[in-house]
Design a protein around this ligand. Structure first.
Ligand code: NAD
Length: 256
């Protein structure tokens, strides 16, 4: 379905980003990966789907590096047709204890980077009259949790950004939507489970059950494959007129 298209997924060396990149590659899209850590194994995983794959290590908190990544992708593949703004970090502390530099990093990586990638991708999408911008928000884009002020602010911000860009492109073949996952068992969440187990002196399995029980009525993690399936749908012709949504995949978290 996506043969001939190019998808750039930020923060795709791990977790949800890698899951979404894999799902888009399975539909035939060429992929530009981004993120920290090992990128050779993720590249090989994507290449196994028979598509072309490239990597750029831009730090999403650095606008000049984002610009370089977008130029690199355009030079290699002509243009970015599907942009998935996924890179994200977390820090948990009450406002009065929240380190100011962590606040700045979370806003830069989880929110502002999507502005930079989008402003650089939209002109070519408009010219082609086709494009998909998929922002990975969170249940925390719709509701809050204590201790996550920066993350909640960034994720509410990206839901608002999604709506504004969807309106700006509403008469074109370019759509912009957000996905709002609940708990997904990735390194980002494993750290919160491990921290909880250490803090409360309980086994990791108990900390995991507590974490799910507090927020996610299904008591099951959303999987990266399920999120990949939603990204594929949003990239399909059936979603041509899906614009500006913040689509929960959260086991009922925000239905409460
Ligand atoms: P993860 O830690 O597994 O992956 C994060 C990715 O972002 C990695 O590839 C990492 O290298 C990359 N990254 C981090 N900082 C970066 C930077 N400065 N520049 C470039 N890349 C950077 O986390 P994940 O759980 O897969 O999270 C992905 C997205 O999904 C995030 O935006 C997160 O907020 C969101 N999300 C996650 C969950 C969850 O339960 N895991 C729930 C809702 C939303």
């Amino acid at each position: 379905m996506l043969k001939g298209k190019t998808a750039l997924v930020t923060g795709s060396t791990s977790g949800i980003g890698l899951g979404i990149a894999s799902a888009l590659a399975q539909q035939g899209a060429n992929i530009v990966l981004n993120g920290f850590g090992d990128h050779e194994a993720p590249k090989a995983q994507i290449a196994a789907y028979g598509v072309q794959v490239d990597y750029h290590g831009a730090d999403m908190s650095k606008p000049d590096q984002i610009e370089d990544m977008m130029k690199h992708a355009a030079a290699r593949f002509g243009q970015v047709d599907i942009l998935v703004n996924n890179a994200g970090i977390q820090h948990v502390a009450n406002v009065e204890d929240f380190p100011a530099d962590r606040w700045d990093s979370i806003i830069a990586i989880n929110l502002t980077s999507a502005f930079h990638t989008s402003r650089l991708a939209v002109p070519a999408m408009r010219a082609a009259n086709w494009g998909r911008i998929i922002n990975i928000a969170s249940a925390h884009g719709l509701v809050a949790s204590a201790g996550k002020s920066a993350y909640v602010a960034a994720k509410h911000g990206i839901v608002g950004f999604t709506k504004a860009l969807a309106l700006e492109t509403a008469t074109t073949g370019v759509t912009c939507n957000a996905i709002c996952p609940g708990w997904v068992l990735t390194p980002l969440v494993q750290k919160q489970i491990d921290d909880r187990a250490a803090r409360e002196g309980i086994p990791v399995s108990k900390a995991q059950n507590e974490l799910l029980g507090e927020k996610q009525p299904s008591l099951q993690f959303t999987t990266v494959e399920q999120l990949g399936g939603l990204a594929v749908f949003l990239s399909s012709p059936a979603a041509d007129n899906v614009r500006g949504v913040a689509w929960q995949m959260d086991g009922g978290w925000t239905a409460q």
